[in-house]
Design a protein around this ligand. Structure first.
Ligand SMILES: [Zn+2]
Length: 141
């Protein structure tokens, strides 16, 4: 897989340091890998050096890169299917959700917010949480 991608991009099976530096940077970028993979690491995998093997993370980055080379949009290449529940048909089948899941601060339901750093799933939960916060502890008047 790594060699296939290498040949696809650089149109040669001669492994060069410059190409590996470029490939390591591109793959690390795709995987948001920090610290990034080094050209030496990719070289060791290509050459089959003892103690160096393909990781699931690198394999995934190669799959994404291959899909992008084949013309797929990077968002589609990175996406994987999950089942979600849509409110009032707001999310259409096949949509790529860009937000992150969070647990509602009140009901703990898992949701994808409308805005970044959203804390509550709905207005009712926001109100209920604030009312619970203001309520004095039990046993006091
Ligand atoms: Zn809630």
């Amino acid at each position: 897989m790594l060699l296939d991608i290498y040949i696809e991009i650089y149109r040669t099976d001669e492994i060069s340091k410059n190409n590996l530096v470029d490939l390591a940077a591109r793959l690390s970028d795709i995987a948001h890998k920090s610290p990034p993979w080094s050209w030496r690491y990719l070289n060791s995998i290509l050459k089959g050096h003892k103690g160096f093997k393909m990781t699931a993370e690198l394999d995934k980055a190669l799959l994404i890169m291959g899909a992008v080379i084949d013309g797929q949009h990077i968002l589609e290449a990175r996406a994987h299917p999950v089942m979600v529940y849509s409110q009032n048909g707001n999310v259409q089948e096949g949509s790529i959700i860009l937000g992150r899941s969070f647990h509602c601060k009140h009901c703990q339901r898992l949701c994808v917010g409308k805005v970044p750093n959203q804390k509550f799933c709905c207005e009712e939960c926001r109100k209920a949480w604030w009312e619970a916060e203001r309520r004095p502890p039990r046993g006091r008047k």
